[in-house]
Design a protein around this ligand. Structure first.
Ligand code: FES
Length: 68
């Protein structure tokens, strides 16, 4: 996942992925370009519910811990 990439590479995005991928926060919110977003699998209901709480939600928002 994108969260794994951030953690494995010790990238310093403050507070990114606080719940460690348990879909109980929205700190891993990422926004994709349209062309990339269209290539992704559909989000599951848990992700959709948590995305509703994300700050700055867009049509191409996803949770980084759920995107492979
Ligand atoms: Fe918390 Fe993705 S890390 S929902």
């Amino acid at each position: 996942t994108i969260l794994d990439v951030v953690l494995d590479n010790e990238l310093n995005f403050e507070s990114f992925g606080v719940c460690e991928g348990t879909v109980s926060c929205s700190t891993c919110h990422v926004i994709f370009e349209d062309g990339v977003y269209s290539l992704l699998e559909e989000p599951l209901m848990d992700e959709m519910d948590m995305l509703d709480l994300a700050c700055g939600l867009t049509e191409t928002s996803r949770l980084g811990c759920q995107v492979y």
